[in-house]
Design a protein around this ligand. Structure first.
Ligand SMILES: NC(=O)c1ccc[n+]([C@@H]2O[C@H](COP(=O)([O-])OP(=O)(O)OC[C@H]3O[C@@H](n4cnc5c(N)ncnc54)[C@H](OP(=O)(O)O)[C@@H]3O)[C@@H](O)[C@H]2O)c1
Length: 344
């Protein structure tokens, strides 16, 4: 069933996943379209962003943000059209960035809505390169990574929403950039389309050797998106005074327990100590929300000048969101994963 003007489809959390999510963890519910009261707008979802952090929201483990309750609609950022308005600040037809989740329609009193430029060539960019993932790449790399020209920057999930932008900004800053990505097709795109100096396939059993060969002068900045065996390959190559912005650990998101094997925390601590490495986690809007304008200015210019390229992986149909999300956690997306909930 596609988007209609009669029904509101909502994808709800049916149960909490144990390990990797499955389609059974989601439930497609249908209700009538809500109507806007005075002071409110009715929003119609056109694009829905699918992001790795949503795996954390499906869990009830303590985290920096609240879990989605069982039976509640999955949360998520959206780009919507204002369908009807009884709010002085909006008119029907406005594009807005919202946080209305995995559903066709939502009513809002305007809180948290950002009006988008009506002539924006790609409104979906507000969910990607001009939105949260692009902002994450920009602040994590420039503020924590602090790359200097000539240094070697390594980034994992290199063709994804965050990683692709990290690598391109590092190139703009004059660095040698090495990506780590899943498969030959993604690695070729990192070099040929995004302009990275090299890219290594993390599925290769020779990952550590290939990464060492791609980083003959060691690693000065490692932008951590993944963790797991990718971090194991990076750790011995980190230079003295290296910086490690810890952005995400997607390799562990479906884990139900700590990895087996010897406790390697002593190895990590010794490396941090002897090489005086700075490793810092960050949560983008909590830590850097006040710096969004400087990002928007720089990224807007880079895009206009053709200095940053951005690939979107667009999946049609709200009903396909669960499978697309499950696939993202397996590396099936190629670029920023977005659901086109309806044609505009
Ligand atoms: N701290 C923050 O505020 C913040 C904000 C946004 C995002 N993040 C984090 O940034 C990271 C990237 O997010 P994104 O939105 O840009 O996603 P993305 O890179 O567009 O998509 C996720 C990618 O992760 C890789 N991946 C998945 N499982 C993996 C595994 N087991 N081992 C290695 N790679 C794996 C896959 O790429 P390959 O096929 O190339 O492996 C997959 O395509 C995530 O960890 C996310 O949680 C953090």
């Amino acid at each position: 069933m596609t988007q209609t003007t009669t029904f509101n489809r909502q994808i709800q959390l049916a149960s909490r996943p144990v390990g990797a999510p499955t389609p059974a963890n989601f439930h497609l519910a249908t209700s009538s379209v809500p109507s806007a009261e005075p002071g409110q707008v009715l929003l119609r979802t056109v694009f829905l962003s699918l992001d790795p952090y949503m795996r954390g929201r499906m869990s009830d483990a303590a985290s920096y943000a609240a879990s989605v309750a069982i039976g509640a609609t999955m949360v998520g950022a959206t780009v919507c059209r204002v369908e009807t308005s009884q709010h002085a600040g909006f008119v029907a037809g406005d594009w807005v960035l919202a946080y209305t989740g995995w559903q066709d329609y939502a009513v809002s009193d305007g809180t948290g809505l950002t009006k988008l430029d009506p002539v924006l060539s790609r409104p979906s960019y507000a969910l990607g390169v001009l939105g949260m993932p692009g902002f994450t790449a920009y602040m994590g790399l420039l503020d924590i990574g602090a790359p200097k020209a000539g240094e070697t920057v390594v980034v994992a999930a290199a063709t994804g929403a965050v990683g692709s932008v990290v690598g391109q900004i590092a190139k703009l800053k004059g660095c040698r950039v090495v990506g780590i990505a899943g498969g030959a097709r993604k690695c070729a795109a990192a070099v040929e389309e995004l302009g990275f100096d090299a890219c290594v396939d993390h599925h290769s059993p020779a990952l550590a050797t290939l990464l060492a060969a791609a980083c003959p002068a060691g690693i000065d900045v490692y932008f951590e998106n993944v963790g797991g065996k990718v971090f194991d390959a990076v750790l011995p190559l980190l230079n003295t005074s290296a910086r490690v912005p810890v952005c995400g650990l997607i390799a562990n998101y479906n884990a139900t327990q700590l990895p087996e094997g010897p406790d390697r925390s002593a190895l990590l601590m010794r490396t941090l100590l002897t090489k005086r490495i700075r490793m810092q986690g960050f949560i983008i809007f909590d830590d850097y929300g006040h710096r969004y304008p400087e990002f928007a200015r720089d990224m807007g210019q880079w895009l206009t000048q053709g200095k940053i390229k951005f690939r979107e992986d667009i999946v049609d149909g709200l009903e396909n969101a669960p499978q697309a999300f499950i696939g993202m956690l397996e590396g099936k997306n190629f670029g920023k994963l977005i659901v086109r909930v309806a044609k505009d």
